[in-house]
Design a protein around this ligand. Structure first.
Ligand code: CP
Ligand code: NVA
Length: 308
């Protein structure tokens, strides 16, 4: 049984297999409406539980549509509506759900919830975002980069802003897919040293550069994310905005990267905060390809988990 809990916890050959299968499945659907089923129905007879303890647009819709395209069925569950949100343990919830469904995707707060779910479930568990990582997003991002520019190995990715959960999964991916990463942001919001260390140990160049203009020199890909994540307190908003304002991705900053550098953002974005509309809607931006590729990448992740 394969869980998909994090990129650094998944075998590199399996990760490459997932990217390859995502491409194959995307190509096979060319021109078909989203509601049309795939020719192959590998999830026929399978029930997938999608649990959300935080809001979501992309993860929710792309998992739901992906399962249906592959012939399976979904059950959307919100944490607060379940007994899970009213005191039932995660371990008991995992064991109960495993009697009903074939696969569990969960978006939650603390990583320990995901881990406990995986420890006690007897069906595969997929990480749909925790406070600490967002692996499905970065699988779609690697797929998107490679569609546009070829192999990501050896490229320079620059993360601008908060060293948050999405940044963490980029560091995990740097280690596994072999690209380098420069983080530029305020010291208080540096990425977790454990994840920086993990990528360095894998032989990758991971730099921390406070000056955003210096950071983006030679960049192949520039990435931004919200300045206030779902797990951050609203009371920290003003302080975070003040710290992060110098790291906004705008046309002037993009001009210091390689001329063919791409721009990515997992979305939802706060236009004119972490990124300007000029960049988001400009020729270097691939944000909507990233969003689309969540669908294709997660279909391949589910097939990996279920071995179908
Ligand atoms: N990027 C992403 O995970 O978006 P949602 O929060 O809308 O799922
Ligand atoms: N860092 C953001 C990503 C949202 C998809 C958050 O956790 O809110």
């Amino acid at each position: 049984m394969n869980h998909f809990l994090d990129i650094h916890k998944t075998d590199p050959d399996a990760l490459r297999g997932i990217i390859d299968q995502s491409r194959t499945m995307k190509d096979a659907r060319q021109g078909r409406p989203a509601a049309a089923p795939d020719d192959e129905q590998p999830l026929a007879g399978h029930m997938v539980a999608l649990i959300f303890e935080k809001p979501s647009t992309r993860t929710r819709v792309s998992f739901d549509v992906g399962v249906r395209q592959m012939g399976g069925q979904t059950m959307l569950l919100s944490g607060s509506d379940m007994q899970l949100g009213h005191g039932e343990t995660i371990a008991d919830t995992a064991r109960v759900l495993s009697r009903y469904v074939d696969l569990i995707m969960i978006r939650t707060f603390d990583e320990s919830v995901l881990e406990e779910m995986a420890d006690y479930a007897t069906v595969p568990v997929i990480n749909g975002l925790t406070d600490r990582s967002h692996p499905c997003q970065i699988m779609a991002d690697v797929m998107t980069y490679e569609e546009h520019r070829g192999a990501i190995a050896g490229k320079k990715v620059v993360w601008c802003g908060d060293g948050n959960n999405v940044c963490a999964s980029f560091l995990h991916a740097a280690a596994q897919f072999g690209f380098d990463l420069t983080f530029t942001g305020p010291m208080q919001l540096d990425p977790e040293p454990e994840f920086v260390g993990l990528a360095r140990k894998a032989g990758r160049t991971i730099n921390i550069e406070r000056d955003p203009v210096k950071a983006v020199q030679g960049a192949d890909l520039i990435v931004a994310d919200t300045w206030v994540s779902m797990h951050d307190s609203q009371s920290s908003k003003e302080r975070r905005h003040n710290m992060l304002r110098p790291y906004q991705v705008n046309a002037e900053l993009m001009a210091h990267a390689k001329p063919d550098a791409l721009f990515m953002h997992c979305l939802p974005a706060h236009r004119e905060e972490e990124v300007t509309s000029e960049v988001m809607d400009g020729p270097q931006s691939v944000i909507f390809d990233e969003a689309e590729n969540r669908l294709h990448a997660q279909k391949a992740i589910m097939r990996y988990c279920l071995d179908v």
